[in-house]
Write a protein that binds this ligand. Structure first.
Ligand code: BGP
Length: 493
């Protein structure tokens, strides 16, 4: 069997982890410019000076309170891997040529909002021509090779000026800034870009509000306010985009986590379902256009109040997305009595319980290709709208052999099994799937740990965790393998 002829095969990246050039072209700082590198076990930190004048490093996933911050600062004794990242800014021609050599039909990237509006697009601020020109060049380069750009409007970075002004997405005023920014890029690129995503992994708000939108808080009410503002912003932008170009396809983006019950104990099934609800709450709103009852009940129980203003619910209803995109890396296990079981361990994300039937990556992410078929079916059953796998891949240590080759058979095996699962979902189960952009096609910086040693790419970048490396590019074995896969529409695996 094979995947459809117009299937969008390709790779995915994001400006915060790939682009670099953080202080060029008038670009303003983003929330990612003040996070340090981490390791397997040490978390990434947000660095700032507090009201008492002390230097603070607050773990990114736990955060700090906005009230504690006097100002953000980069400290001399810390490394900030996102500043240079893997330097797409200066290598875009070379990188896009490599993508074309593999036969990419689609390249997912994000626009760095603070490259367009250094201060986030506050009232009266003018967009930066140099930033706009950079993405013109990037899109022209893609189109030259027949590669369709897929653009994420906000991927894990927000102009730091908005955090400094009012704690970013914790404040309603950020909606207008985002809409202004989107209007500028929609108008500028309306003849070059057709596919857009409003917020990367929007459901990560409640795990890391800093990563998702530059918000410093530990408070659930603040996170839910943030979610509501992003829902309204996303819906407004979907409507606006369709006015600017009716051919635009604008999607949402979910970090999908398939959760299994640990046993067939009915309470375990409920525990797994609760996890699933937490996960798909975000797509329920963005794809169906209203708040689901299970979450409204929870808010009522916990005294959380949605900051709804006149017109918000109508906007959310009218601005449902055209397609649902998601990332899929692993599955999880839940139990009603989790203390009885061993955790999946590894990394610094919450990974749930250990699944005895699966192996895991070096970062403890439990590898589950069949779970992808399951995920595609569940999402398609629930929403009946086109799906797009915009992230999937294996973060692994790579070794360069003496002759310069990199034999990443583990990566090929991972991707092959996941592509087979997609094929089954499409050809046996009838799922409508638009494409597949594997994550980190050219090596880049890890979002959760800040490491470059956690590599995903078909192309190796000479860049290391101590900041050294000449940034040169090198094809891995998987590069040649993926080229064959695309050429054969997924037949030759
Ligand atoms: C997703 C993010 C990406 C990416 C990927 C891999 O959550 O959208 O930005 O980084 O996960 O995660 P990591 O980089 O932590 O290995």
């Amino acid at each position: 069997m094979s995947l459809p002829k117009d299937f969008l095969w390709g790779g995915a990246t994001a400006a915060n982890q790939y682009e670099g050039g953080w202080n060029e072209g008038g670009r303003g700082k983003s929330s990612d410019d003040v996070i340090t590198n981490g390791t397997h076990t040490e978390p990434r930190c947000i660095t700032f000076v507090n009201k008492a004048g002390e230097k603070v490093k607050a773990p990114m996933f736990v955060g700090a309170n906005y009230e504690d911050v006097d100002h953000f600062e980069c400290f001399d004794d810390c490394l900030y891997p996102n500043h240079e990242a893997t330097d797409f800014y200066h290598h875009y021609k070379e990188d896009i040529a490599l993508m074309a050599e593999m036969g990419f039909k689609c390249f997912r990237l994000s626009i760095a909002w603070s490259r367009i509006f250094a201060n986030g697009g506050t009232e009266g601020e003018q967009p930066l021509e140099e930033g706009l020109k950079f993405y013109d060049n990037v899109f022209d380069e893609c189109l030259k090779y027949g590669i369709e750009p897929l653009v994420t409007l906000s991927h894990y970075e927000t102009p730091l000026a908005l955090t400094e002004a009012w704690n970013s997405w914790a404040d309603r005023r950020t909606i207008d800034c985002y809409v202004r920014y989107c209007e500028v890029v929609f108008n500028r690129y309306k003849d070059k870009v057709k596919y857009w995503l409003t917020f990367n992994e929007i459901n990560c708000i409640e795990m890391s509000p800093w990563m998702e939108g530059g918000v410093l808080t530990k408070d659930k009410q603040t996170m839910i306010n943030m979610a509501h503002y992003q829902f309204v912003a996303s819906a407004k932008v979907v409507k606006l985009g369709h006015q600017i170009n009716p051919d635009f396809k604008i999607g949402c983006m979910l970090a999908y986590t398939l959760t299994y019950p640990m046993t067939c104990h009915p309470e375990d099934t409920l525990a797994a379902w609760k996890n699933t609800h937490n996960n798909i709450f975000y797509t329920d709103v963005q794809c169906r256009g209203y708040y689901p009852s299970y979450r409204l009940k929870e808010f009522e129980r916990e005294g959380i109040i949605l900051p709804i203003e006149d017109g918000d619910l109508e906007i959310i209803k009218e601005g449902t997305v055209d397609f649902l995109s998601f990332s899929y890396y692993m599955s999880q296990v839940a139990a009603y009595n989790p203390e009885q079981y061993q955790g999946a361990g590894g990394g610094n994300l919450s990974l749930g319980l250990k699944n005895p039937y699966l192996s895991a990556s070096d970062w403890g992410w439990q590898i589950d290709p069949t779970g992808l078929r399951n995920a595609l079916n569940r999402l398609y059953d629930r929403y009946q709208m086109p799906l797009f796998v915009v992230e999937n891949g294996l973060g692994a240590f790579d070794k360069i052999e003496e002759d310069g080759s990199i034999h990443d058979t583990y990566r090929i095996n991972y991707l092959r099994d996941h592509i087979k699962a997609m094929d089954a979902a499409v050809n046996e189960d009838g799922v409508d799937l638009m494409g597949y952009t594997m994550w980190g096609c050219i090596d880049l910086v890890s979002a959760s740990t800040g490491e470059t040693a956690k590599r995903y790419g078909f192309v190796h970048v000479d860049k290391y965790d101590d900041g050294t490396g000449d940034l040169s590019r090198r094809r891995k074995d998987s590069f040649y393998w993926y080229k064959k896969v695309i050429e054969s529409h997924g037949n030759d695996l």
